[in-house]
Ligand binder design. Structure first.
Ligand code: 13P
Length: 284
């Protein structure tokens, strides 16, 4: 059964064998299916994630049912995850609907309030064997998943230790310079801080803001202790750009399915590239 323990084992294996489990954000059925097809062809363990906008727009019930069906039928280790939710109630709703993993993002609050919010979700999640991810420091940029434009983004080691110890969270997202959305210029990732946090805490670490991070930096991040890497913007941009290109070429009155398959194939190529960057290919 693909529950919290299943994810704990997936991330422990990645840590031991030196790769990261990629977590891909989807926004509709087409990219959702393309991501899973790509992972099956690459024989890779992955996560598929809906952030809270998708969760609400698709409706929590339909979203959860799609995830549950996919986890049951996929030919690879697959975990359906709720990405960035600012509300404890949304995380708890996802837990009740069978999500095996959720992220409560209260990183814009004070450390004490962040701890309080995470503890509330962890309490609810524990009874149902669900993993909880939470964030220390801030992910920069500007995307659906949130963003931060200020200078005070870097996770502090002492805060990370207190955060992990007091909340009982499972997976820790670290603000080390990465950003949601595409980067302007080269990302400046604080690998030294990543290593310090990795030394100080004993939980899997998560890198957000994957789209646009060069392969060499991804490899450095994995070496520095990252076990899960989130990728979103490049997925929905690839899908929408493919739709747009085909619609422009084909003109009016096209059937959805005529443009869905080529778009899915383009998404699959992007996903496969990311699986290989994370060195998760062949690890299923
Ligand atoms: P990108 O959209 O920048 O790839 O980031 C995704 C992410 O971190 C989701 O939490």
């Amino acid at each position: 059964m693909n529950n919290g323990d299943f994810l704990r084992d997936m991330l422990a294996k990645a840590n031991k064998e030196g790769y990261a489990v990629p977590s891909f954000n989807y926004s509709c059925a087409w990219d959702f299916l393309a991501i899973i097809e790509a992972a099956e062809e690459e024989k890779a363990p992955i996560m598929v994630a809906s952030h809270s906008l998708v969760f609400n727009m698709m409706t929590p019930e339909i979203n959860a049912a799609m995830g549950a069906a996919a986890m049951k039928r996929a030919g690879i280790p697959l975990i359906h995850h709720l990405d960035h939710s600012n509300e404890v109630s949304i995380c708890n709703a996802a837990i009740d609907l069978g999500y095996p993993s959720v992220m409560i993002d209260a990183s814009t609050l004070s450390l004490e309030d962040n701890i309080k919010a995470v503890k509330a979700v962890v309490e609810h999640a524990k009874a149902k064997n669900v993993c909880v991810e939470a964030e220390i420091g801030k992910i920069k940029g500007n995307g659906y998943e949130g963003g931060f434009e200020g200078k005070d983004f870097l996770a502090q080691v002492d805060d990370a230790v207190k955060f992990v110890n007091e909340t009982g969270l499972d997976n820790l997202a670290v603000g080390i310079g990465t950003a949601h959305g595409f980067y302007e210029g080269k990302p400046e990732i604080h690998f030294d801080r990543l290593e310090e946090i990795n030394e100080a805490v004993d939980v899997p670490l998560v890198l957000h803001g994957g789209s646009g991070i060069p392969e060499a930096d991804i490899r450095m991040a994995i070496k520095g202790g990252i076990n899960k890497i989130n990728v979103g913007t490049i997925i929905h941009c690839t899908l929408m750009n493919s739709f747009r290109k085909d619609l422009m070429e084909l003109g009016d009155n096209q059937f959805t399915l005529d443009i869905a398959r080529p778009a899915m194939d383009e998404v699959k190529e992007v996903v496969k590239g990311w699986i290989r960057k994370c060195m998760a290919n062949g690890k299923a």
